[in-house]
Design a protein around this ligand. Structure first.
Ligand SMILES: *Cc1c(COP(=O)(O)O)cnc(C)c1O
Length: 330
């Protein structure tokens, strides 16, 4: 099956499984798992932050960041379609009493600084306290420019706002721009990175930030039931992913662009936008998409929406098969 639903569907490779099998473990709730400690040190070094925390998922990582930045009655600003706002079951509001203030993303996946400024509440007891602003990079496959990040962090500073990056796919941005992950991380107080998306580990995310924030997040992780014991077997997969699966994201980007180039040739397909990283967004009528989805499924291609995502388990010949199917579909 060629599964284009998401880059979360990858299977661990034999060499990743070997690394997991060999991992030294201990009880991480006691801070005694050497492999978890190694992953956390590596992630902190890599991003230029003082501390890191290995967590079960990107959702948990974002939740812990929000809980650590904000108190009850505080507010965070995030994109209208942001994962933190839309796709995390309202965790920050439910568990933290933190009010979301959504703001529309612009066509580049940015939050316009004027829109953020307009959403910041005055210091007045009628209002929640605007404490934090969150970005996403990549945002629906779009890469935030370094120029924008520069302006964004200056703006946040000038307005005394904390900043968090949902960098579930931050390494896709790193590879696309040819920058260092530190260059992106330096514009944020905290950043979450998924190991289980394009980096192709089976489980896990990393939250990075300063030591005080990470200590706070560690307490909240325990509170929400995320303290794991011999988690080194999972951390070993994460270390393997950071060491072996970053540069290869360029292949996923190439595959997305090959697919987009072919679909653009066909009068029956329309793209919503040009792929910048590993996502191709179609823009075809819903009924036609439904028929296409069924047609593809019969030919071992699985899609769940008009967003098609390339990843480590999709080869160039898989992409060629998808293209042939699309060309044959009428
Ligand atoms: C997948 C994703 C997350 C959450 O990751 P999970 O590990 O699935 O909880 C957060 N933000 C973005 C942008 C994502 O794509």
């Amino acid at each position: 099956m060629i599964d284009l639903r998401s880059d979360t569907v990858t299977q661990p490779s034999e060499s990743m499984l070997d690394a997991m099998r060999r991992a030294e473990t201990g009880d991480d709730v006691y801070g005694e798992d050497p492999t978890v400690n190694e992953l956390e040190n590596q992630a902190a070094d890599l991003t230029g932050k003082s501390a890191a925390l290995f967590v079960s998922s990107g959702t948990q990582s974002n939740l812990l960041a929000l809980l650590s930045h904000c108190q009850r009655g505080d507010e965070y600003i995030a994109g209208q379609d942001a994962h933190t706002y839309c796709y995390e079951a309202g965790g920050a509001a439910v568990l933290g009493g933190i009010q979301p203030q959504p703001v529309a993303f612009n066509p580049r996946g940015e939050l316009d600084l004027e829109s953020i400024a307009a959403a910041i509440k005055p210091d007045d007891y009628h209002f929640a306290k605007t404490r934090l602003v969150c970005l996403e990079n990549t945002q629906a496959g779009r890469v935030l420019s370094m120029d924008y990040l520069e302006k964004f962090s200056k703006f946040a500073d000038a307005n005394s706002l904390n900043t968090h990056l949902d960098g579930a796919r931050a390494f896709n941005a790193v590879v696309k721009l040819g920058v260092d992950i530190k260059d992106i991380a330096s514009h944020f107080d905290s950043m979450s990175i998924c190991l289980s998306k394009g980096l192709a580990a089976p489980v896990g995310s990393i939250l990075v930030g300063d030591s005080a924030l990470i200590a706070c997040a560690r307490r909240y992780r325990k509170m929400v039931g995320g303290g794991m014991r011999q988690a080194g077997i999972l951390a070993a997969a994460g270390i393997y992913a950071l060491n072996h699966h970053v540069d290869r994201l360029a292949q996923d980007h190439h595959h997305a662009s090959v697919l987009a180039d072919a679909l653009r040739q066909s009068p029956d397909f329309r793209l919503k936008s040009e792929p910048e990283t590993n996502m191709v967004h179609l823009d075809i009528p819903a009924a036609r998409f439904k028929a296409l989805q069924a047609y593809l499924m019969e030919r071992d291609v699985r899609v769940s929406s008009q967003r098609w995502v390339t990843h480590r388990d999709i080869s160039l010949s898989d992409i060629e098969h998808v293209i042939e199917c699309c060309e044959a579909f009428h």
